[in-house]
Design a protein around this ligand. Structure first.
Ligand code: ADP
Ligand code: ASP
Ligand code: MG
Length: 440
């Protein structure tokens, strides 16, 4: 069994949906996970924000504008009247519900219900689009098997049992189509795997079915060696290990949801990144083997907060770090980078929801400095920590104010904390020197 996930651009137009149809109609039995059409989730988030601002009438007109787009898509997508009519009726019902939601009080559940509609729309239309051509395709609802537990982690046991049950009920189907991103929480309420979560859905489904491969089809020809949104002339990497891909995704490479690798890593199910618009391009294979030497790729994540905790009592005191970590644990806030000296410890977090509480508890026994608007730049490659040219990094970045360095935590990763205002320059400098000259 194969699992193929197609992102927003891949299902974002009739032309691209036709490409997707051609890709999925070849080969054996498969599960196809779809995102919402590009722009839709952003539009739904916008509607939710407008409701939050108390502007119900404006939200209603935003719903109306989006509805008109979908009427157009349905009219363009279907040539047979019965399929067109059925799809128009479906989108009409979805938008009727959205209209009702605009008059409700804002809550997380309301947001979750609103943003779930994008994937419901794309999968309905795409399943009917395949059926119109006589393909043996069935739409299966993610709400029948995707569920998170009390810790907000995928409930793998529940997912495996229920997904297999759903598939068994469709012995005749070649192509199963389901929604990425959306799920139910432990209480059975509509929820999601956070922005970009369709990749994660695909790997959770791949693990549950012990698939032979999980394919992530997107709008670029693979995992690039630097962020193409900030750096020109980046190249696709043909191979990454699970660990390398996990580090890059965690530290900001938007092409993969940060958790994508986790469900499949232990099962050694390969993940392949492919370009929907260029299906013949090699793409990137992610598996358990580690290849190559030196720096393979760079990624960056913004929105980082650095916290420096200084205490004279830290000097030769055992148990100091334990006390610090317990405070972060209490507020469910994970630490990304950490460096220590004899009298101070600096660390970073990306979720500052409980920053005030954390700082006030830390201040009971130390002096605390907080810096916001920081960025972590992460360099990844097999054994880079031992590469003879790695020291050149510091020459290359001599004009950049580096606030923290994490080196040696693993052999495959070096992380630097910088000011967000220096991000583009840092990525470009690293690219020029690392990939074009020094460490290539
Ligand atoms: P999809 O809608 O298919 O999920 P995304 O927009 O989430 O697509 O991810 C693909 C985009 O990620 C690319 O178009 C590119 O702009 C961006 N991106 C950021 N870092 C990388 C990288 N290292 N390699 C490839 N693409 C990247
Ligand atoms: N549609 C969702 C989003 O835009 C999920 C995804 O595309 O992966 O975040
Ligand atoms: Mg994505």
């Amino acid at each position: 069994m194969l699992v193929l996930k197609f992102g927003g651009t891949s299902v974002g137009s009739v032309k691209n949906m036709t490409n997707v149809k051609n890709i999925v109609s070849e080969g054996g039995r498969k599960v196809v996970v779809l995102s919402a059409m590009s722009g839709t989730t952003n539009a739904l988030v916008e509607i939710s924000n407008t409701i939050k601002d108390g502007k119900a009438a404006e939200a209603l007109s935003q719903v109306e504008a989006l509805y008109q787009n979908y009427v157009q898509v349905v009219n363009d997508l279907f040539s047979k009247d019965s399929f067109k009519e059925e799809s128009l009726a479906y989108i009409k019902a979805v938008f009727e519900e959205l209209r009702t939601l605009t008059s409700q009080k804002h809550s997380t559940l309301l947001y979750n219900k609103i943003v779930s509609k994008g994937e419901l729309l794309s999968t309905f239309m795409f399943s009917r689009f395949l059926q119109q051509d006589g393909l043996k395709a069935s739409l299966i609802s993610a709400f029948d098997f995707m569920r998170t537990d009390r810790l907000n982690e995928p409930d793998s046991f529940y997912i495996k049992q229920n997904l297999n049950r759903v598939l068994e009920a469709h012995a005749d189907t070649d192509i199963f189509i389901t929604q990425g991103f959306i799920c139910l929480d432990a209480d059975g309420n509509v929820s999601n795997l956070e922005r970009g979560g369709s990749d994660y859905t695909a790997s959770i489904v791949g693990a549950a079915l012990e698939a032979s491969e999980v394919q992530i089809w997107t709008d670029i020809d693979g995992f690039h060696n630097n962020d193409p949104r900030f750096v020109q002339d980046t190249d696709a990497i043909s191979h990454l290990s699970f660990d390398e891909a996990a580090e890059l995704a965690y530290f900001g490479a938007k092409i993969l949801h940060p958790q994508t690798v986790m469900p499949v890593r232990d099962l050694e199910i390969p993940v392949r990144i492919k370009n929907t618009m260029e299906p013949k391009a090699h793409g990137t294979l992610i598996d358990s083997s580690a290849e190559g030497e030196g720096i393979k790729a760079v990624a960056a994540i913004d929105g980082i907060t650095a916290i420096k905790i200084k205490s004279a009592r830290m000097l030769q005191a055992s148990g100091f770090l334990k006390k610090v970590f317990e405070i972060f644990e209490k507020y469910h806030t994970s630490i990304d980078m950490i460096t220590t000296s004899e009298i101070a410890v600096s660390l970073t977090i990306d979720d500052a929801t409980y920053l005030k509480d954390i700082v006030s508890e830390l201040e009971e026994f130390s002096k605390v400095d907080v810096d916001t608007h920081r960025t972590i730049v992460c360099l990844v490659g097999n054994n880079i920590v031992h590469h003879p040219d790695t020291h050149k990094l510091f020459q290359i970045l001599q004009d950049i104010n580096i606030r923290m360095i994490s080196y040696g935590g693993s052999n495959n990763n070096i992380s630097l904390l910088i000011n967000t205002s220096d991000k583009t320059e840092t990525l470009q400098k690293l690219h020029r020197y690392v990939f074009e000259t020094a460490l290539a």
